[in-house]
Design a protein around this ligand. Structure first.
Ligand code: ES4
Ligand code: ZN
Length: 332
């Protein structure tokens, strides 16, 4: 359609994509084969049939077991490069990609293999015209400290190597939000900030204590972005804080429609109209069947966006990015 071509043709940044969420069924099967692993599923259709969920918790219950096929540095490289090639086709010229080291170190994969594989793909993405960066996420349902696979131990693994540290632009917080507030990670995020890293956190759609979690992320942690964060629309004083601080919201309409049965299109467009730096992203595109352009298309259709609104969303993706101000100007 003309809209699809228009959207794919707009240069854009993707700021909210989990590399582990780009594991397409074909890739899962190929990696199982390559690593000599037994899988319950033999065909793409059978893998797709397991990609079935209707809430954040039921999604995560599918998501973590599926990534067991990722074992070697080459696996992480291949996963990220396949995403970057696909994103490029959607008009992505700049990507800030989440990864979850604890989902791998917790099952015996070396931290160095995860980060080295992903970093290699980020470097090689320059050859296809994508400026790619990594954001290391902590799993909020694991301990903040006092455990070999805690957030603190994971930050230690990063900061122990100046080289690894230079490969990451920021840290994030994801996984199961219930009873895992931002405050739980205050010390870890303070250390990451000290190390010069950018800060973001998920405040997922319609979670228990969503508004309180957004408040903590802004006022206790000092995040620069909120991933999802759409529930902020329920609290005018927090919307004002988001605007005053110039915080970006990385919204994911198709993901929302899987985990909440509502894309939150109305809320996203409301926030855009109020001057919030709202951005559109894919979250876990292999699971939610839409890469970034598909997310713009779904929102454009649902909310009857004008081409000016679509352009504004694409410009916001650079405004909310962690590009240097000089590089940002080149895109705006
Ligand atoms: C996620 Cl939708 C969502 N929420 C929290 N953590 C995640 N990790 C991957 N997708
Ligand atoms: Zn996410």
């Amino acid at each position: 359609s003309p809209t699809a071509e228009f959207i794919a043709g707009l240069p854009k940044a993707e700021l909210h994509v989990h590399l582990e969420g780009t594991l397409e069924p074909e890739v899962k099967l190929a990696l199982a084969e390559r690593n000599g692993l037994f899988l319950e599923q033999d065909t793409v259709e059978e893998v797709q049939a397991t990609y079935e969920f209707d809430s954040l918790a039921s999604f995560l219950a599918v998501y973590y077991p599926a990534m067991d096929v990722l074992r070697t540095e080459q696996d992480f490289y291949d996963l990220a490069m396949a995403y970057l090639v696909r994103a490029k086709a959607d008009g992505v010229v700049h990507a800030e990609m989440f990864f979850d080291p604890q989902a791998h170190t917790g099952r015996g994969v070396a931290f160095a293999d995860v980060i080295t594989g992903y970093h290699g793909a980020a470097v090689d993405a320059a050859q296809i015209g994508v400026d790619a960066h990594l954001i290391m996420c902590f799993l909020r349902d694991l301990p903040a400290d006092g455990d070999p696979n805690s957030a603190e131990a994971t930050l230690d693994a990063l900061l122990a190597s100046p080289e690894f540290t230079s490969w990451v632009i920021g840290v994030g917080l994801d996984s199961d939000e219930r009873d895992n507030p931002p405050r739980k990670f205050a010390e870890v995020f303070a250390r990451a900030r000290q190390a010069g890293l950018h800060l973001t956190m998920h405040c997922d759609i319609d979670q228990p204590d969503s508004i309180e979690h957004i408040r903590q992320a802004i006022h206790e942690i000092g995040v620069e972005r909120i991933d999802h964060g759409t529930n902020v629309v329920e609290d005018d004083s927090l919307v004002a804080d988001v605007i005053d601080r110039g915080l970006g919201l990385t919204c994911c309409p198709v993901s929302n429609s899987f985990v909440t049965e509502d894309s939150k299109a109305t809320e996203i467009v409301d926030l855009l109209g109020r001057g919030v730096t709202v951005t559109i992203n894919s979250d876990d595109p292999a699971y939610f069947a839409a890469y970034v352009a598909g997310n713009y298309e779904a929102l454009a259709q649902k909310a009857q966006l004008s081409s000016d609104q679509i352009i504004e969303l694409a410009r916001n993706s650079f405004r909310a990015s962690w590009l240097t101000d000089e590089a940002r100007e080149g895109y705006l």
